[in-house]
Design a protein around this ligand. Structure first.
Ligand code: SF4
Ligand code: SF4
Length: 392
């Protein structure tokens, strides 16, 4: 295949041509163990779905290279492998030479989608987002049911954007976030019927054009609003909206409100001992690391955290991302169970706290009898602290 043929036949993969020939096969993204850096493997798909090399970052690069070189690959099998990655990004974080195996796998997915070879469950997520504006396919009209009894202010300068996971799967987090914002005396407005999916679930799956259109649609709805701050709960939404310079995550807002004394928190009784489960989406791309912000806020509130400090920045995925719960429910549940086992092995906590509502909903669904309750940050604070504004 000439370079021109490759570009026309495999346009998504040829964006990464240089990367395909620079991977050094070091294997860090397959089986890294490095005690001093608190690394004990990095890929949840290899851990809980299949240990085969073709399910790893290195394997995706090798598959992509073989395809670009014209090898006759069994594409149905390539699809089965490519659509198991949870999009956690750990393989990219650990790569010592800056390769982008997760992005290359997304390009593989895009090539497979162009040939109608995406799994039915991935196509169902695409349909759900396009028709109902959320990956689970819940009715679009129900997006703000959680806000039915919450007062909002049309002229407010702060927009709260829950994201699909908070709006549907974890409405407690959206409700608690609104209570904290309002307790700080901040008038808040919501987008209501003009809100839509930011496109992150489609971008993860390789539906790149649809994802871009979703981002544009949400951007257009925001452009019609007057606001000076956009607060988001979903880590994947914060990532998708990273170009909006008036945006901050809920964790970022809460950290500032506490620093500036706008919100006073007093423990309702003795604060519970917690374990944190870190969210990989909170460390992707250009957004601030909200896993660290979570630890900072809990420390400042005097909450005892098992382990005391963030573990490595290569914390393993809970299985919530990349469409994994819909495409591979058994292995994505096992990923969540593995994270719960790690969290409780540090010392039995009274509660588990995680920053991304998508992870919180997935971890909660995987809980067994006897596991501690799982909270998002806003829910945890709202449950265990009295809230009051500056000077009250
Ligand atoms: S993005 Fe995560 S799940 Fe996917 S290959 Fe890389 S480490 Fe594995
Ligand atoms: S992608 Fe990076 S970490 Fe993985 S094998 Fe290649 S060089 Fe090593």
């Amino acid at each position: 295949m000439t370079a021109t043929d490759k570009a026309s036949e495999l346009p998504h993969l040829t964006n990464y041509l240089k990367d395909l020939y620079h991977c050094s096969d070091c294997g860090y993204c397959v089986d890294a163990i490095w005690e001093e850096r608190d690394i004990d493997h990095i890929c949840a798909t290899l851990e809980s779905h299949s240990p085969g090399l073709s399910y790893s970052g290195q394997g995706y690069i090798k598959t992509a290279r073989a395809w670009v070189e014209g090898e006759d690959l069994p594409l149905a099998s390539v699809s089965e492998h490519a659509f198991t990655c949870t999009s956690c990004g750990n393989c990219e974080r650990i790569c010592p030479i800056g390769m982008r195996p997760m992005e290359i796998n997304r390009a593989l997915r895009s090539e497979l989608i162009a040939r109608d070879l995406a799994p039915e469950s991935a196509v169902a997520i695409q349909k759900n987002v396009l028709e109902q504006q959320n990956p689970a396919g819940a009715p679009r009209a129900a997006r703000y049911h959680w806000a039915q009894n919450i007062e909002t202010a049309e002229r407010a300068e702060l927009v709260y954007l829950p994201g699909c996971a908070s709006a549907y799967a974890r409405p407690q987090e959206a409700q608690a976030a609104m209570r904290l914002l309002q307790a700080a005396g901040v008038p808040v407005k919501i987008l209501g019927d003009s809100d839509s999916c930011c496109g992150a679930p489609l971008r993860e799956l390789g539906f790149s054009d649809d994802a871009a259109r979703q981002s544009e649609q949400l951007g257009a709805a925001l452009a019609k609003q007057s606001f000076n701050l956009l607060v988001t709960s979903g880590c994947e939404c914060a990532h998708a909206l990273a170009n909006e310079d008036r945006q901050t995550s809920f964790a970022g807002w809460l950290a500032s409100a506490l620093t500036e004394g706008k919100l006073q928190l007093a423990a309702r009784s003795s604060t519970p001992k917690v374990s944190c489960i870190e969210s990989c989406q909170a460390t992707l791309g250009a957004v601030p690391n909200d896993n660290q912000t979570l630890y900072d806020i809990l420390g400042r509130l005097g909450v005892t955290v098992n382990g005391g400090a963030p573990t490595s920045r290569f914390a393993m995925c809970c299985g919530a991302g990349g469409g994994a719960p819909a495409m591979h429910p058994q292995s994505s549940t096992e990923m969540a169970r593995a994270r719960m086992r790690e969290a409780t092995a540090k010392g039995q906590p009274d509660a588990i706290v995680s920053i991304d509502p998508r992870c919180v909903a997935h971890l909660d669904a995987a809980r067994s009898d006897g596991d501690p309750p799982v909270y998002g940050l806003a829910e945890f604070v709202d449950t265990h602290f009295h809230l009051s504004a500056e000077g009250n």
